[in-house]
Design a protein around this ligand. Sequence first.
Ligand SMILES: [Zn+2]
Length: 467
Amino acid sequence: MQIYNTLTKRKEEFKSIEPSKITMYVCGPTVYDYFHIGNARTFIMTDVIRRYFGYKGYDVTYAMNLTDVDDKIIKKSNEEGITPDDVADKFIDAFFEDIEKLKVKKANIYPKATKHMGDIIKLIKDLEDKGFAYNVDGNVFYNVKKFEGYGKLSGKNVDDLLSGARIEINNEKDNPLDFALWKKAKDGEPSWDSPWGKGRPGWHIECSAMSMKHLGETIDIHAGGNDLVFPHHENEIAQSEACTSKQFVNYWMHFGFLNIKDEKMSKSLGNFFTARDILKQYSAEVIRLFLCQTHYAGPLNFSEEGLKSTENGLKKITLLAEEVLKGLDNSEGVKPEFDFDSLYASFETAMDDDFNSSRGVAVIFDFVKAVNKVIAENENISPEFFEKAKLFLEKTAVGVFGILDFNSISISSGGSLENELVELFIKMRTDAKTEKNWALADKIRDELKEIGIELKDSKTGTTFKKI
Ligand SMILES: [Zn+2]
């Protein structure tokens, strides 16, 4: 299995620290608002990666942090006149509601920054004792020049960063690149006691402290959005490796940017979509399939049209799933030649290649086509065939991608293709009536009756029943 590692900038054969076990940490949300579709991409693709590890037989221990103390939370609390804790609680609840609706399996651990102050302070103290951190009047900074490997993840070097980048001028720091580990308390802000006086932690240190506490000093996989490579993840490496002198993470994975109609999503451009909004119009399965059709690391263009065409594509899978469920009730029939093994193999080859979900999804569509062909060519098919077909969908479409839910498929009133066709005829008849083409309208009604479909007109429209 190959994974692209941001640290080495190439695909590498994946090897976990412990056989069959994986430790994975993903940078989670700062809980000051509903999360947007770009965040949803991180949560859903992480979920797909984790599910695929499960498919391969790995036992994954997965932690996602919740940043519940931060400038943005404090700003929101001032705007809304509620406490920062109330802001965080409200959006933590909303986060869990939304990921559940998106059918994202829960992480094993959701550590919160405010519940790890002891661990965070201990780590900063350790860095100070080892000479990597310095205290200026209650603000503690990390000295990036002390850490030899600084820049190894992002490929930036300290001198280029110093000359080229726009870095805020802060006279308290020895070096403009140094970053805050501990921020001195300001009036009206949440704060905790520490060896440097009252204050609160910087954002970067919380991930180092919580990852090491819950998953160990070296973990298998650390993931997050592309925008976190620098400085967030670069700083996490500097903090953790300076403290332990061990490699912090073996594989760094990053999710690509999400644009809206080729533009960056932003509130000011009016093209900002929360996952919550999109879930009002599209099912979790449609949203997940839409995201899975692009490789996790590539840029993704998000659009209404894209979701609509995904919805149509998904219908092919759900219609086939209906046929499969119906076929389970067959008593006897032919056992068609069908190469399930090679479809499993193609699926695994795709996903083993750095989780190439777009190719993995294409294999499911190939499968749908092939099974439909079998159904079209044979009158009676044995239930065993449909059992195997169901298992394939359960393992791939349901289990790995989460784009199908057998429980929500109803087969009681006949196939939905049949219903859709009748609806189509009803629409044509309504159009004919609008054009005063009574002959055609009557012909459609009579011919449908011939094949056992009776139409009933009312003020609200036309319905049908089977006779
Ligand atoms: Zn993080």
